[in-house]
Ligand binder design. Structure first.
Ligand code: GN1
Ligand code: MG
Length: 386
């Protein structure tokens, strides 16, 4: 339910994008830890209206610049392939003055077309659907092949720079504004234990061992749209974090959210483990669509991406908990701590299933006919001193 005061404010915002006399309905869209989202229903179509969280996105215009450049590029590729771009990519609705953002009372608002007869799911329970997600994550790379990373701004600098995240965590620990650190010593210890691993992926990029790509950076299942009739994945949504990065994080983040047996905030940790069927489904979908793009070095490090992003996200939840919950939206006081513990348990399960996961990756590579040098070599262990 939206209160009258809020409704009046929303109508004021809507005026920038649509003819308010024709509005059929406005409702809250749940999901997402950062922005505030609403579903706007008009006679001709539905739209997503969002208030940008400027505490997180300090450069909203930079973010919209990235989204506009990437979606325009994808649109052209889709048209070139003779397909329909209205269902294959996010469509930004500009303001009446042709702007990507409306600034109202110091708030930044944007509007995008809500693709009809399509749906995003918080959890994907069927391997077939997760395979589809893998296919669309791979397709995102295909569609952006030829798009130069230099066009993009670093809208959240160091977003997946795990070492930077660790240093930030150390700062938060030092400040410990609510005196919470004393109660989470075990969790803090876990983060310290693996500090030797945090720079590994970024070093691979810096040393040009793996390519810097245009990546989505938030590939959770709820950020994929599925066609209601065909159940095929149509496109990736929530392009807020599109920046330059590594496919290892997009791969890992997708598994973190989709190949776990429990929700991100499940507190019964005995329920949290890796669903190997889902690992296989996603890996198959993604690699089948990236055969001509992904490098052997990237393939070799897919497992590492899965493990590292899980620890990184856990670290960010714990950082925010100790900091006083200023970043992620929470529903109760220890929500961020519960999320962190959940991610640490998932990390332990990933490590425990290392051999199974790598066997799956190798099996998929053989099935898809990748050359022999595209294999996971089980020499590298995610050790505390890697
Ligand atoms: C945030 O807003 P949402 O839910 O799409 C976060 C991601 C985290 C994710 C954890 C900009 O994404 O990095 O992985 O929560 N987005 C930002 O669920 O920080
Ligand atoms: Mg997001």
């Amino acid at each position: 339910m939206i209160c009258e005061k809020k409704k009046a404010h929303l109508l004021h915002v809507c005026k920038e994008f649509v003819e308010t006399d024709n509005i059929v309905d406005i409702s809250v869209l749940k999901g997402g830890h950062i922005n505030e989202s609403y579903l706007l229903t008009m006679p001709e179509a539905q739209y997503t209206l969002q208030k940008i969280n400027t505490h997180v996105f300090r450069s909203p215009y930079g973010m919209m610049h990235n989204i506009e450049e990437v979606t325009n590029f994808i649109k052209k590729k889709i048209i070139y392939c003779g397909l329909n771009p209205s269902r294959g990519v996010l469509n930004i609705i500009k303001t009446r003055y042709d702007q990507t953002l409306a600034i109202i009372d110091d708030e930044y608002w944007r509007c995008t077309q809500f693709i009809d007869k399509a749906k995003a799911y918080e959890r994907l329970n069927e391997p077939e659907m997760f395979y589809e997600m893998g296919r669309i994550v791979g397709d995102f790379q295909n569609l952006l092949d030829g798009f130069h990373t230099r066009i993009l701004e670093d809208t959240i600098p160091h977003f997946h720079d795990t070492l930077y995240r660790y240093n930030h965590f150390l700062q938060t620990l030092k400040l410990d504004p609510l005196n919470r650190a004393k109660d989470v010593k075990k969790e803090i210890q876990k983060i310290h234990e693996y500090k030797g691993c945090y720079n590994y992926i970024n070093k691979l990029i810096e040393d040009k061992e793996i390519p810097r790509r245009v990546t989505h950076n938030d590939t959770k299942p709820s950020n994929v749209l599925f066609d209601n009739n065909t159940k095929k994945a149509i496109c990736l949504i929530d392009l807020d974090t599109v920046m330059k990065g590594s496919i290892l994080f997009d791969y890992g983040d997708a598994l973190r959210g989709g190949a776990t047996t429990a929700n991100e905030d499940e507190t019964d940790l005995s329920k949290v483990t890796v669903d190997l069927r889902m690992v296989e489904a996603f890996t198959k979908g993604m690699l089948s669509n990236m055969k001509s793009i992904i490098t052997a070095k990237e393939v070799e490090n897919l497992f590492f991406g899965f493990a590292l992003i899980t620890l990184e996200v856990g670290m960010r939840f714990l950082d925010d908990y100790i900091d006083g919950d200023n970043y992620f939206k929470i529903s109760y006081p220890t929500h961020n701590l519960d999320r962190a513990r959940n991610q640490f348990k998932l990390f332990d399960e990933i490590i425990a299933h290392r051999k199974d996961i790598n066997d799956i990756i190798n099996k998929v590579l053989v099935e898809l006919g990748f050359p022999d040098d595209y294999r996971f070599v089980d020499e590298f262990t995610f050790t505390k001193s890697c």
